[in-house]
Design a binder for this molecule. Structure first.
Ligand code: THU
Length: 152
């Protein structure tokens, strides 16, 4: 990415910490997202389920909605996500990297458009060192975006 150094280990650690606050009593699958900002600060989110199941909010969406509410979408530099099945204490488990769902990819695209960056997306695991590295355009090629609406 351009001018912001990504501390991958630190960003995944922040996502893991965020996942401890997942409200996921229905799926018992905890997800954490950590968004690196251009000033090196980090904004986090965790999945926030509700009894409807289908209207639950994903971790990435929670983090990016927080950033939007702070008026900081232009400052987004990278995003990390981790997740896993909760153990009895509510901690995510497992060594397999988690990828953003389709809806989250579209939400990340909005931040990518606003920040004018092909955002790095780090897909980490709840435990262990496995990480898959993408840019958003790899995860969501030919994205529908503001240009399709005639908005520059
Ligand atoms: N989930 C996320 O938070 N992010 C994703 O990208 C994939 C799925 C959440 C939604 C739901 O609370 C749980 O994981 C199981 O699908």
């Amino acid at each position: 990415m351009d001018d912001t150094t990504v501390d991958e280990t630190g960003l995944i650690a922040a996502a893991r910490a965020a996942a401890l606050h997942a409200h996921a009593p229905y799926s018992r699958f905890a997800v954490g997202a950590a968004v690196l900002m251009t000033d090196s600060s980090v904004v986090t989110g965790a999945n926030f389920e509700n009894a409807s199941y289908g209207l639950s909010l994903c971790a990435e969406t929670v983090a990016l909605a927080t950033i939007s509410a702070q008026g900081r979408l232009r400052e987004v530099a990278a995003i990390a996500v981790i997740g896993g099945a909760m153990d009895a204490d509510g901690r995510p488990t497992g060594t397999g990297p988690v990828s953003p769902c389709g809806r989250c990819r579209q939400v990340i695209n909005e931040a990518a458009q606003m920040s004018r960056r092909d955002l790095p997306v780090l897909c980490g695991a709840a435990e262990g060192d496995a990480v898959r590295r993408y840019t958003l355009s790899e995860l969501l090629p030919d994205a529908f975006g503001p240009a399709d609406l005639g908005i520059a």
